[in-house]
Design a protein around this ligand. Structure first.
Ligand code: ARG
Length: 256
């Protein structure tokens, strides 16, 4: 998983927000954005700061979500165009029609269901705590109370941390939170389990606590009321679950 870190470092250093187009054969001028006019294209909003789900490898966005949506696109005969943006811009992009769907290791929550619809879930996971091993102040979630907790802005980790402390440090990227923790600037990071492992792995003094937290499920977000697209996506999701494609994609990125 070291390669995740390298690509994140490269990303942080260069600090670009690139528009990445995945797939080929797109000879047309449909970078005009989402949907509507061109039904052969699905525009996907994501935040490619989230290994192993979506992250940069060089100039390219890769990860579980990318492979999975491309497999879905293949089933539907649609080209997937990826737009990278801040995590908290994804739902507004779907609402405004700038993107057709959002996929970003995104947890289904009550709050989000007020603003977007979700497909069937495709990953079951939890939030995890990353600690700095130079200190043993935090051994379980109970020790988080009142501590300074780093999170990625607008995520479920952000919400969770806010429940246990007033001192939440919000970063645009999970990687920045992990670096602050490694440098002793904050006491812990709360972030999705596989991501926590990927972030901690490349850094000597970071470790992920075993204790699992809030159970969560990821799904694809779709504009409210677009039941036709939800149905289409669900059909493909279920087929790819049943034929083992989803599991093989997960296994490709997460070695247990
Ligand atoms: N699962 C969490 C949530 O939905 C975090 C997702 C962050 N994803 C990302 N690509 N940065 O809030």
């Amino acid at each position: 998983m070291k390669k995740y870190l390298k690509s994140i470092i490269a990303m942080a250093t260069v600090s670009i927000m690139a528009l990445s187009i995945v797939g080929c054969g797109n000879g047309g001028d449909n970078n005009s954005s989402a949907s509507g006019e061109d039904s052969s294209v699905i525009t996907l909003a994501t935040n490619a700061e989230f290994p192993p789900y979506e992250y940069y490898e060089g100039q390219e966005i890769v990860g579980i979500d990318v492979d999975f949506i491309n497999a879905i696109g293949e089933k539907l005969g649609k080209e997937i165009v990826i737009e990278d943006m801040a995590f908290d811009s994804i739902i507004p992009a779907i609402q405004s029609g700038k993107a057709d769907i959002g996929m970003a290791g995104m947890t289904v929550t009550e709050d989000r269901l007020a603003n977007v619809d979700f497909t069937e879930t495709y990953v079951h996971t939890s939030q995890a705590i990353i600690v700095n091993t130079d200190s043993d102040a935090i051994k379980s979630s109970a020790d988080l109370e009142g501590k300074t907790i780093g999170v990625q802005l607008g995520t479920t980790g952000d919400t969770y941390a806010g429940d246990v402390t007033d001192k939440v440090e919000r970063y645009n990227k999970g990687f920045e939170a992990a670096m602050a923790l490694s440098q002793g600037k904050i006491d812990a990071v709360v972030i999705d389990e596989s991501v926590a492992k990927a972030l901690a792995e490349g850094t000597e003094n970071l470790a992920v606590l075993d204790e699992p937290f809030t159970e969560e499920d990821y799904a694809i977000a779709v504009k409210k009321g677009n039941q036709e697209l939800v149905d289409e996506l669900n059909k493909a999701i279920n087929e790819l679950k049943e034929d083992g494609t989803l599991q093989s994609i997960v296994d490709k990125y997460i070695a247990e």
